[in-house]
Design a protein around this ligand. Structure first.
Ligand code: AMP
Length: 220
């Protein structure tokens, strides 16, 4: 089953993904994580993506689409159809959405559901600028909503937490603007296909997960 998590940066897509991965037979494809992985390994793709990521701009479509299918096809060879594949942070433009539809058709598959996270810009800014991330294990925290037990240190692996370069206030504002200009059109795109389900992204992670399970029940 193929499910897209659609919503602005900071809406809680990553948090919901993690809960689904813990509780269900699922795998996640996060283009943001794939770019960051490439960047930390200093691959040519990672270095190219960095130019855009640091400014909060989108990496060009074709680069992103190729990356997506590389990852998707590497999963397909090993996974069975029962598995939930979560698309986190992809698609982000209409042309990515169309490429996803075309590629799914070629593979005799389809997108089964799109979960749209509804959250105001004000909450997004508060969440993103307070976010702290563990560069080693990927755990995320929030200075106010979910602080680590020891300030600046990851509870899970003891590494020093960092603020992502693109979580600074200026970049966050740009990322939200980019979302509003280029990505939010996908809400209409999937709504017209009849596969869009909205959830209230301002709720607590457990409640968001419960809403997700309800939506999943509706299509099963
Ligand atoms: P994220 O972790 O999903 O917020 O992604 C971090 C950054 O990676 C974004 O601000 C973009 O620069 C880049 N990125 C991730 N996914 C995409 C995508 N689908 N299209 C273009 N750029 C992306």
């Amino acid at each position: 089953m193929n499910i897209i998590l659609l919503g602005p940066p900071g809406a809680g897509k990553g948090t919901l993904s993690n809960k689904i991965l813990e509780n269900k037979n699922a795998v996640q494809i996060s283009t943001g994580d794939l770019f960051r992985y490439n960047l930390s390994n200093k691959t040519p793709l990672g270095l190219k993506a960095k130019e855009y990521m640091d400014k909060g701009e989108l990496v060009p479509d074709q680069v992103t689409i190729d990356l997506l299918w590389d990852k998707f096809d590497s999963l397909e060879t090993k996974e069975n159809d029962e598995k939930i594949i979560l698309f986190d942070g992809f698609p982000r433009t209409i042309s990515q959405g169309q490429a996803l539809d075309d590629g799914m058709k070629e593979r005799n598959q389809k997108i089964d559901m799109v979960i749209y996270f509804d959250v105001s810009d004000e909450i997004l800014i508060q969440r993103l600028t307070g976010r702290r991330t563990c560069p080693e294990c990927g755990a995320t925290y929030h200075l106010v909503n979910n602080p680590p037990k020891k300030e600046g240190i990851c509870d899970k692996c003891g590494s020093e937490l960092i603020q992502r370069v693109d979580d600074s206030i200026e970049t966050v504002k740009n990322r939200i603007e980019v979302y509003n200009n280029q990505t939010s059109v996908l809400i209409d795109y999937y709504s017209k296909k009849g596969i869009l389900k909205s959830i209230d992204g301002t709720k607590k992670p457990d409640e968001v997960y419960k809403e997700f399970e309800n939506k999943l029940g509706e299509i099963n």
